[in-house]
Design a protein around this ligand. Sequence first.
Ligand SMILES: Nc1ncnc2c1ncn2[C@@H]1O[C@H](COP(=O)(O)OP(=O)(O)OP(=O)(O)O)[C@@H](O)[C@H]1O
Ligand SMILES: [Mg+2]
Length: 97
Amino acid sequence: VLVGRDAELAVLDALMTQARAGAGGVVLLTGEPGAGKTRLARAAAGRAAGATVSWGACRESEGAPPLWPWTQVLRRLGGPGITAGAAEGGAARLSPV
Ligand SMILES: Nc1ncnc2c1ncn2[C@@H]1O[C@H](COP(=O)(O)OP(=O)(O)OP(=O)(O)O)[C@@H](O)[C@H]1O
Ligand SMILES: [Mg+2]
């Protein structure tokens, strides 16, 4: 059971409705470790009937490729291959392969 997230789910449902109408965007969920960010995101995704949902996640250990979560998201959507170029000066860029 998801406890105490009705208000957040209502906001996310409304944003999903907007996204279906073509007004996409980015939502950032922030909170302490274990606060329930992933759980809320999964609940919101589960309510988005018919929508395609793609997940990516950071690794807790070091050594992940640059932009790794986004590489996973795009790969799982099955589109053209995308790779993250080497980081230069702290910045990396996704490029088609
Ligand atoms: N609203 C909630 N109701 C019930 N259980 C919850 C709720 N929020 C989180 N939990 C439970 O608490 C635990 C931690 O939640 P979750 O993994 O979503 O946290 P997180 O913010 O994503 O943590 P991290 O920053 O480490 O990724 C999980 O077992 C999750 O199911
Ligand atoms: Mg999490």
